[in-house]
Design a protein around this ligand. Sequence first.
Ligand SMILES: Cc1cc2nc3c(=O)[nH]c(=O)nc-3n(C[C@H](O)[C@H](O)[C@H](O)COP(=O)(O)OP(=O)(O)OC[C@H]3O[C@@H](n4cnc5c(N)ncnc54)[C@H](O)[C@@H]3O)c2cc1C
Length: 446
Amino acid sequence: MEKTDVLIIGGSAGGIVVGTTARKHYKDATITVVRKEKEGQVLVPCGIPYIFGTVGAPEKNLIPDALLSKNNIDLIVDEATSIDRQAKTVATATGKSIGYQKLVLATGATPIIIPMPGTDLENVFCAMKDVDYLNKLLKTLDGVKDVVIIGGGFIGLEFADEFRKRGLNVTVVEMLPHCLQIVFDEDFCALAESRLQERGIDLRTGAKIEAILGEKKVRAVRLAGGEELKADLVFMCIGVRPDTELAQKAGLQIGDTKAIWVDEYGRTSDGDIFAVGDCAEKRSFFTQKPSALKLASIATQEGRIVGANLFELRRRNEGVIGSFATIIGDSGVGLSGLTETQARAAGLDTVTGEVKTPDKHPGSMPGAKEFTVKLVFEKATHEILGGQVCGGSTVGEVVNVLAALVQNRMTASKVATFQYGTHPFFTPSPIPYPIVNAAEMALAKL
Ligand SMILES: Cc1cc2nc3c(=O)[nH]c(=O)nc-3n(C[C@H](O)[C@H](O)[C@H](O)COP(=O)(O)OP(=O)(O)OC[C@H]3O[C@@H](n4cnc5c(N)ncnc54)[C@H](O)[C@@H]3O)c2cc1C
């Protein structure tokens, strides 16, 4: 039997960061990652859409295994099949038994396939994190013209935009009245939708697909109501389901969102077993209620907490804020924290402030784009709850600044006077600097 102090099941965003953090905190511990992907085959999950129009191949979108070897972390390529909690061992598909002191589950999540006729036809794909599968999709795209994407969330839209870069006719079918409606306020959904339409992507919102049609290969999709949309390829992108099979078989508690229950230190219902990333349940930073958010940024933050807590509780998880951005053409949209709609749904009384300004100064600077920021504050406490941003390539880092303001529960007055740096090429002008001015506008209403 092999033995290790720390055994991590899963070698993607969450698993890797647990390992590298554990190495910093517990220098002498033996650390082993067991994962299904062969050597050099772990994809950068967030880069997957960009394989199809920008980067060009799954092989150009990989996380280097050197991250493990440089940190003296052993790698076993295998599938963990069961956990014996009494013996503190994990069995694998190839017949290994690995003993552990502390076990971390970082098994991730799998795309949901909607149960409907036609999902087994050729040319029906989803966002699977698998190099061979994505190479098959890449090859198939060469022979198709009309693509229907089911699901107008941020991942569906990223694939839509990348498929469009290949010159394909792309239609996005979204059940809700707007694309991105689960994550943005309606005004920001409308901004994103107009960018998609400018890119030549056909949007069918408030529409539901009932069946995928075809003999062997996809021919069309049928919408509720009977309309058919021509399709040579269907890409399904309606969310993911946490991979909890191992945990369930081992009798670990499963949470309200069907992910593995964990406490604020990342411990499961067995104190020697931790869980991080898409397989682990999250709690909202704002309400402490279970949250279904699943992001690589969250998986790695949880990895930093659990990696430090393995042998001594050193870090506490305050709950997920939710911070991310996406790109449509050369326009970015992003969010940190709660939207106005989400805050109200959580029973919070809010005020907002919104500012539009060029993202460089003066606005005549080459490459300047219109930049919009909308901040949401809680009326009672004046604390910032969240912010939405639309602009160019700076959106990704601006949402991170907003996340820091939210995590530190800064009041509108503090946000209006926070100290920032500006430069004509990189930022809006210091005079109408959008974050502080949006806070001033909200303050005026408080
Ligand atoms: C197309 C796409 C785009 C995305 N874009 C973004 C983005 O821009 N920003 C963002 O923050 N998030 C993004 N996400 C979400 C992000 O990818 C996930 O939140 C992240 O991958 C979760 O990491 P994880 O380590 O928990 O799980 P995963 O990445 O799912 O990894 C799970 C690991 O567990 C292993 N495993 C599972 N079961 C076993 C077993 N029984 N034995 C051994 N190994 C096992 C797998 O082999 C794998 O190594 C995107 C996701 C997708 C699909």
